[in-house]
Design a protein around this ligand. Sequence first.
Ligand code: PEP
Ligand code: MN
Length: 337
Amino acid sequence: MIIVLKPDHDEEDLHRIIRRLEDLGLRAHISKGEHRTIVGAIGDERVLREVPIESLPGVESVLPILKPYKLVSREFKRENTVINVNGRQIGGEHIHVFAGPCAVESREVLEEIAESLLPSGVCFLRGGAFKPRTSPYSFQGWGEKALKFLAGVRDRTGLQVVTELMDPRDTVLVCKYADVVQIGTRNMQNFRLLTEVGNIDKPVILKRGLCSTIKEFLMSAEYILAQGNERVILCERGIRTFETETRNTLDISAVPLLKQLTHLPVIVDPSHAVGRVDLVPAMTKAAIAAGADGLLIEVHVRPEEALSDGPQSLRPSAFTKLMEECRLVAKAVGRSI
Ligand code: PEP
Ligand code: MN
């Protein structure tokens, strides 16, 4: 339920409403917009059925939130959420690019890749230390050693570190090194993990589950916000369909649809969506045209030697060229990249 306050309400009105909700066992979520303050009543709203909240001083109207997700919904917060990551704003006019290898392989290769990204103005270096591989015999990532390499590159280049967290037991470790924590597609409905990252003080990239609906995706984001972490970036990364020519099918319509339904930033990962390097540039440009706030792109200096996802990784020269092309597309839709 959303409680819209009158423009001339005072602080005592607000505190009275919060106390009333808390007495009923609900949590009050305050959102102070440019023109309006609204209070979200979070919890089992059935307790409110008999309570005339609209007659409390300072209340203008009380509206039900019809969607099953609340905190993430546009109904709840009309303005776009802009997430500050150490001075970089995600969800604003500038489209940020999160680029790098699928997995961190060695310090040298990571450094080479990072250096190649800098001329394009990239601010975020992605790379897996813990890899969710389909086969238990595939390379699983170097764990903390990889996290240290990432942090070393950040110290030298200023690139912010984005890396995946797979297991709640690694939360403290990953947060020690990461600037942005990624939750992978296979864990989108790992509710224990979502609750865990709901309690960290780091932005989270939440990737859409392989077979998840938009509603399920938003419900998973709701888990994180419900714990208090409001810095969630949604990532469309392709869904599984009957088509086998591409690794997944990029649901490009998810971008404008998510932008309608939620105030959270939406980014696109064309690399995992198509799984083929020849299709990545077109899908990247399509993502910008569709309104993406950011892009997550796999780049490797020698894709043929990559320990994972080589076939979808762009070489630096192709990445640089793509970024040039993206500038034109971004400009056409009133953005910069
Ligand atoms: C990744 O980004 O490296 C990754 C494993 O992605 P996803 O979870 O989307 O498969
Ligand atoms: Mn990958």
